[in-house]
Design a protein around this ligand. Structure first.
Ligand code: FAD
Length: 379
C-alpha cells in the first residue's frame, strides 16, 4: 500500500498523529454522546492551517491537491466519520466560492473560513427532493434589495453550528422545471425568518443534521452565488470532490474499526485462549482488512485521477460505493467480534456501525452510485 510519495506519507502521518495526540478518540466519542459540535477541534485544525489546504494560493490558501485532501479526510475520520464531516461540508462550499464567487464574496468569506471564524453547510435536500435532488420546491423571489425565501429544507448537516452560512439550493424561476431555474443563495443561519432544528438522527450526532423552515426568510441580493439559474451547475460541480472526500473518510473510519476489532480479538480470552485463535474470527478479520485495502486503493485511484484533472465520474462513484459498503460491512463484523461489549459507547464500534449505516445514504445512495457506474459500462 505504500506507493505514496515521501511528502504524502509524511502528511498522512502528521494527520494521524494530530488525531491521536491532540484530539483523541475520547473527545470524538464525547461529542457523539452529547450531540455536541466539535468546536474545540475545529479551532485546532483551523489554527494548524489545514482549512487552507485546497484553497488556491492566489486566494490565500495552500493550493493542495484533491489527493492531499483525501489523505487528510482519511485521517480526520479515523475515530468517526461524523467528526470529519464538520470539516468536509465546510470545504465543499468554500471551493464553490473559489470557483463561482465574485471578488467581493471571495474577500468576504474565504479568509474567515480559513481562520475558522465561519463555516459552511450545503442545503440541497428537501422533503420531496432526496435522490431526485433537483425536485426543489423552496422558492426565492427578489423584493427590492433582498431575496425572500419560502419553503423547507431537510438533512442540512452542520447548519445549526455557530457562525454557519448555508449554501442553499432554491428555485428562483418558478416557470422553469427541474434542473433549470435553480440558484444558490448564501444564507447565514441567523438570518431573519430562518428556523433551524437539529434532528435526533442515529448517526451524524455531533456535526448534526437539521431541518430548516424558511418563513419569508431574507438575505441581501448580493448573497447570490454565481448567476441566477446556475444553481444546479454549482451544486453538482463539487460532487467529485465531495464523493472522494467522504469515500476517503469511510476508509479511515473502516480501518480503525478493523484495528479495534483485531486488538480486541487478541485481548479477549474465552475457552482459555484469545478469540483470535478461532479460525472463524481470524478469517473474518482477514476479509475485513482485505476489503479496507481494496476500498483504499479505489479511493486513491479516484483521488489521483481527480488531482490530475482527468475525467473520473465512474471511478469516483466506484470509490464512494465500495468504501461506504465496506464501512458498513466491517463495522457489522466488528460488532460481532466484540460481542456484548460492542453495544457500549466505550467500545466505539456501535458508533462506527451507526456511521456505516448512514454512509450508503448520504452523498448519493449506493443505488444512485450503481446507476452512475452502469451508465459508463460499454460492450
Ligand atoms: C446523516 C445525513 C446527512 C445528510 N446531510 C445532507 C446535507 O448536508 N445536505 C443535503 O442537502 N443533504 C444531506 N443529506 C441527504 C442525503 O443526500 C439524502 O438522504 C440522499 O440523497 C437520499 O435521499 P432520501 O433520503 O430522500 O432517499 P430517497 O431518494 O427517497 O431514496 C429512498 C430509497 O430509494 C432508492 N432510490 C431512489 N431513487 C432511486 C433510483 N432512481 N434508482 C434506484 N433506487 C432509487 C434510494 O437509493 C434509497 O434506497 C443527508 C442525509 C443523511 C442521512
Amino acid at each position: 500500500m505504500d506507493f505514496l510519495t515521501e511528502e504524502q506519507s509524511a502528511w498522512r502521518d502528521t494527520v494521524h498523529r494530530v488525531m491521536e495526540r491532540e484530539i483523541g478518540r475520547e473527545y470524538v466519542r464525547h461529542c457523539d454522546m452529547e450531540r455536541e459540535y466539535p468546536y474545540e477541534a475545529y479551532a485546532k485544525i483551523a489554527k494548524l492551517g489545514w482549512l487552507r489546504l485546497l484553497i488556491p494560493e492566489a486566494q490565500g490558501g495552500d493550493g493542495g491537491t484533491i489527493f492531499d485532501y483525501a489523505l487528510m479526510c482519511e485521517g480526520l475520520a479515523r475515530y468517526g466519520f461524523d467528526f470529519a464531516t464538520a470539516f468536509m461540508v465546510s470545504t465543499f462550499t468554500a471551493m464553490n466560492i473559489v470557483k463561482f464567487g465574485n471578488t467581493q464574496q471571495r474577500e468576504q468569506y474565504l479568509q474567515p473560513f480559513m481562520r475558522g471564524d465561519i463555516r459552511f453547510s450545503i442545503s440541497i435536500s428537501e422533503p420531496s427532493a432526496g435522490s431526485d435532488a433537483a425536485n426543489t420546491r423552496t422558492r426565492a423571489e427578489l423584493a427590492g434589495n433582498d431575496w425572500i425565501i419560502r419553503g423547507q429544507k431537510l438533512w442540512c448537516s452542520g447548519a445549526a453550528a455557530k457562525n454557519a452560512i448555508i449554501a442553499m439550493l432554491v428555485r428562483t424561476d418558478k416557470e422553469a422545471q427541474k434542473h433549470r431555474g435553480l440558484s444558490v443563495l448564501l444564507v447565514p443561519n441567523d438570518s431573519p425568518g430562518v428556523d433551524i432544528r437539529k434532528l435526533p438522527t442515529m448517526a451524524r450526532r455531533a456535526t448534526g443534521t437539521t431541518e430548516i423552515f424558511l418563513d419569508e426568510a431574507r438575505v441581501p441580493v448580493h448573497n447570490l452565488l454565481g448567476e441566477a439559474g446556475d444553481g444546479w451547475h454549482i451544486v453538482t460541480d463539487h460532487l467529485e470532490l465531495e464523493r472522494i472526500a467522504v469515500a476517503a473518510a469511510y476508509v479511515g473510519n473502516a480501518q480503525q474499526a478493523v484495528t479495534d476489532a483485531l486488538k480486541y480479538a487478541h485481548e479477549r480470552i474465552q475457552f482459555e485462549r484469545p478469540i483470535f485463535e478461532f479460525q472463524v474470527i481470524r478469517h473474518m478479520l482477514a476479509d475485513m482488512q482485505t476489503a479496507v485495502d481494496a476500498a483504499r486503493l479505489l479511493v486513491y485511484r479516484a483521488a489521483d485521477m481527480a488531482s490530475r484533472g482527468e475525467p473520473c465520474t465512474r471511478e469516483v462513484s466506484m470509490a464512494k460505493l465500495f468504501a461506504s459498503e465496506t464501512l458498513q460491512t466491517v463495522t457489522r463484523q466488528g460488532m460481532q467480534i466484540l460481542g456484548g461489549h460492542s453495544m457500549l459507547p466505550e467500545s466505539d464500534m456501535e458508533r462506527y456501525f451507526r456511521e456505516g449505516m448512514q454512509s450508503t445514504i448520504g452523498g448519493g445512495t449506493s443505488q444512485i452510485q450503481r446507476t452512475i457506474i452502469a451508465k459508463s459500462l460499454r460492450v
